[in-house]
Design a protein. Structure first.
Length: 174
């Protein structure tokens, strides 16, 4: 959706208005819109699902759904070492028997580089848009983000352009 459409959707109060909005939204994107989105979402779910997060419900899925299949994709896993985490005042949380708690043991392991979070980077290259974007995803949860702020901003602009493009083609300005 474009920003304007998201604002319209947020203002809808009745089921009848929602149904009318959906019908207009789909009709404004051309007759193959629903099939194309369903195909791309299915591919995103098949190849980009991580943890309990379906690929189609992720940023990496949104990239493929809105921009289409990329010219190239690379995938690389790496471990992010744990963050230094201390309890208030430097005290250790004691377990019931007075020893260190499980949280303290896992925090210590992360600090010492004994464990970390596995992250998967997906790098999508689109020649048509002259853009390459990297999406970082937690392998366990599937939660993802674009770690580079400039890339994230550029991607949002590209998403907005992609959302507007079919409308401009279907309904040229007169």
């Amino acid at each position: 959706m474009t920003r304007a459409e998201r604002a319209q959707w947020a203002a809808i109060k009745s089921d009848a208005d929602a149904q009318q909005f959906i019908e207009h939204f789909v009709a404004s994107r051309g007759r193959d819109f629903e099939d194309e989105v369903a195909t791309r979402a299915s591919m995103a779910d098949k190849y980009l699902t991580l943890g309990k997060t379906p690929g189609s419900k992720s940023i990496r899925g949104k990239v493929v759904i809105l921009l289409g299949p990329p010219k190239a994709v690379s995938v690389a896993d790496h471990e992010v070492k744990g963050e230094h985490s201390q309890t208030a005042g430097g005290y250790i949380n004691a377990s019931a028997d007075g020893g260190p708690s499980i949280t303290d043991v896992s925090d210590a392991a992360r600090r010492e580089g004994m464990s970390g979070k596995l992250v998967r980077n997906y790098t999508f290259t689109y020649a048509d848009f002259a853009v390459t974007v990297t999406v970082e995803a937690d392998v366990v949860t599937g939660v993802d983000r674009v770690p580079d702020g400039k890339q994230a901003a550029a991607l949002e602009k590209l998403f907005e352009s992609a959302a507007e493009a079919p409308i401009a083609v279907t309904h040229p300005k007169q």
